[in-house]
Design a binder for this molecule. Sequence first.
Ligand code: SF4
Length: 295
Amino acid sequence: MSVSTFIRAVDFFKAGGLDTIHLMGGEPTLHPKFPFLVEKILERRLNIQIFTGGVIADSLLDALDASSLASDNLNFILNVDLTHSSNDMLLHHQEALCQRLSKKITLGATILHAAQDLSRLIDWHNRWHTAPAIRLGVAHPIAKGGNRFVREPQLFNVGALAERFCRKAIEGGIHIEFDCGWTPCMFSSFFMENSPFASQIGQRCNPIIDVLPNGSIAPCYALSHINDKKLQNKETRDNMVAHFETELEPWREIGSKTDCTTCAYRNNGICRGGCVARAMTRGMHPQHKRADNQF
Ligand code: SF4
């Protein structure tokens, strides 16, 4: 993304009332002007959340103005690798970043299957004193295809994994932030009625509004193929949310799962029908409905 597009995007979000800019990639820290871009956000008195895979050169962190790095307004979401063993070089980089930045890091992970071991998240939080919150995502399909995602028959088992993890998090005084697309049907009714985290479940599939490197505007990363609007058109964020809500409405009607049309959670307004990219994948690629437990 060019610097001019980046600054236009930051001003677009600020004018839309957002107080936090989320920098995502790929790996946003690889942008050749990264420290400059961070300064441009901070001088507009906005918060920054940087989503990183954790391979950040010390020299880059050194290049960030000391006051930028010390600012409470700048934080990192580290996508912890749960797929590799502990001697892997990527994990070495990720732990080094936790050690250096400690509470400026919020740990997170995207769950790919129900047998995933999430214990590294709590272990690292305890070892490196990262922020007392962990962000949990579930791998949903990208609508244009090509990524690994949790199949519908496995979603309840992934929910059960998340429930067990939530119990451990509560014991450790850790807050769980659920990323988009988690739905009530993935959890037990006990969890939905009693967990302090249940209110986050079911309502979160919205056009969050992403600006792509070429200045196009999309509802979110998973729906980045829907990008008919441009920053250059002087759109407002509110207009973009309304535009994409209208465009996505037919897919919300279909819902992300086969049971959505008769679901009590949806009839009671507790669930919006889950991830729209999942609904599109169901509608466009019927082969994805196969009852396997692969991803
Ligand atoms: S509306 Fe669909 S996604 Fe939501 S809880 Fe019901 S079946 Fe699950």
